[in-house]
Design a protein around this ligand. Sequence first.
Ligand code: GDP
Ligand code: MG
Length: 311
Amino acid sequence: MSEKSTSRGLFGRLKQGLAKTRTRFTDGLADLVFGEKVVDLETLDDLEELLLTADVGVEATQQIIVDLHDRLGRSQLDDGQAVYKALHEKMTAMLAPCEVPLQLPDAAPAVILMVGVNGAGKTTTIGKLSQRFLKEGNSVLLAAGDTFRAAASEQLQAWGERTGVPVIAQQPGADPAAVIFDALQAAQSRNIDVVLADTSGRLHTQGGLMDELKKINRVIGKFDESAPHEVLLVVDAGNGQNALSQARAFGEAVGVTGLVVTKLDGTAKGGIVFAIAAQIGLPIKFIGVGEGVEDLRPFSSADYVDALLTK
Ligand SMILES: Nc1nc2c(ncn2[C@@H]2O[C@H](COP(=O)(O)OP(=O)(O)O)[C@@H](O)[C@H]2O)c(=O)[nH]1
Ligand SMILES: [Mg+2]
């Protein structure tokens, strides 16, 4: 397959993954800007409503509307196509600062800590990431830091078996910081390139569990003071605006370095990435648009907006 057709295939997958949000956008936009209708302030009101219902959030929506309003005021937007183009430009520009690809540090091993609420997709994302890193020529080891449920470490071990990656685990109820420390030592002695550390889901409002996460973070820092090199907060797009409070709380506790936004395929709330861009400003390292390994994609602002706004 040529490079071109591969990338077209991946883009098609992204479009399909974002179908629910895209339908909301393109259906709404079809009425607003693709018709013969004259573009006026009422159109902007309707557009505002459309953005809000796709979970773009009040702040990001205001930024977009103000930008279009300014342009409309300068009468650059005399037709629907011009509005569409301006909207496309503004939305891409808003997301661009969040497009910061994950770069593995030179450390041996590179340590990536995954955090987030229950069911967000941490363990699944670890499985998908381990395949990505392997493909890129790195050796990988998984640390089963979710010791809360027996099923959690089994789920991680199943990924380990599937990908042929070692998993360091202990009994349910073991101290997660100790499990992860063990895993780091094992990785070092085996010359492993990347350690992906899983953790139990916790609500950002559960103080005790957030303290446990801080301890995990400290213990990793004792192993290597530059670690963890990435702390990735996994958020479920279907939870909409809750992602923002999660990002703030986890950020305060352990210094989140980037986000993974999962399950965009199951929701029409794909606008949440704009709210994240406007109010959190952290890099979005990956997005999940399905169950397959290829459905965890590095975040691209241009592709994302293209996939949302093209029929
Ligand atoms: N459709 C879809 N499902 C996902 C995605 N990411 C994770 N899941 C599913 O979400 C569920 C919870 O994932 P899991 O990794 O166990 O969450 P954790 O509790 O954060 O570790 C599983 O059934 C996953 O298959 C995604 O991007 N799209
Ligand atoms: Mg899990």
